[in-house]
Design a protein around this ligand. Structure first.
Ligand SMILES: Nc1ncnc2c1ncn2[C@@H]1O[C@H](COP(=O)(O)OP(=O)(O)OP(=O)(O)O)[C@@H](O)[C@H]1O
Length: 213
């Protein structure tokens, strides 16, 4: 169970988000600038709330009252952000491999499956600067999935993909979720995608939840 209680002052409003989720797919949906990315960043530890608490299955990652703030790499979260760059000096293969927790047959199988699924097998020796936006996005997604994280945070992971790849990837994400049974938080601007993938949709405006089911 992931619990997030986040209060963070931003230039135009104070982000105030509070939710608890089981091993489900929660979608954050709302207009540009309403605080979706900042919410994910606070959960991942890439931004610090002014007040609040973030915990996963009883492990406290952030607690303003006791000044606890676990660094991102120890939070066991996989994330893929719009601006989260791939390592420029590493090949695609190395970038994806960076996420591996435990090398071995299982990791090799997952690697092959992800390359195949994301149609990036032919890119493994290339470097990020030579990839298109959509290719970079697919490599970044493979890296996030490769780590077999305890929580997966996805910030518009499919925004630069063509509609067919997007549909396939949506289906695969759903399958992976069923298989792994961990919390997924997905930010999307696509209501169809939100409805297809989300067990729950949180509608946000100006840093607050305005509607949800
Ligand atoms: N590091 C920062 N410093 C100051 N203000 C920020 C920072 N990051 C975000 N903001 C502001 O906080 C608000 C929320 O931004 P955020 O990126 O979380 O929105 P979003 O809902 O993810 O938007 P989008 O859909 O466009 O990606 C915006 O007004 C943004 O300008």
């Amino acid at each position: 169970m992931l619990t997030a209680n986040i209060e963070k002052k931003l230039p135009d409003f104070t982000l105030t988000m509070q939710f608890t989720m089981q091993n489900e797919v929660l979608v954050l949906f709302g207009p540009s600038g309403c605080g979706k990315t900042t919410t994910l960043r606070c959960i991942a530890g890439l931004a610090q709330p002014d007040q609040g608490k973030v915990s996963l299955n009883g492990d406290v990652f952030f607690d303003s009252q006791v000044k606890e703030n676990v660094p991102p790499r120890l939070r066991k979260m996989g994330y893929m952000f719009q601006d989260f760059a791939l390592f420029p000096h590493m090949s695609v293969k190395k970038n994806i491999g960076y996420g591996i927790k435990q090398p071995g047959k299982k990791a090799d199988e997952l690697y092959t499956r992800l390359l195949d699924l994301l149609k990036i097998s032919h890119l493994t020796d290339r470097y990020p600067h030579s990839l298109s936006g959509g290719e970079r996005q697919r490599v970044a997604l493979a890296r996030a999935l490769m780590a077999e994280p305890s929580v997966l945070l996805l910030d518009e992971p499919m925004s630069s993909l063509d509609s067919e790849t997007r549909r396939e990837l949506q289906d695969e994400l759903k399958r992976l979720h069923t298989l792994w049974q961990i919390p997924f938080i997905l930010v999307t601007h696509d209501l169809h995608e939100a409805r297809k993938l989300g067990d729950r949709i949180v509608f946000m405006e100006q840093g607050r939840q305005v509607e949800g089911r």
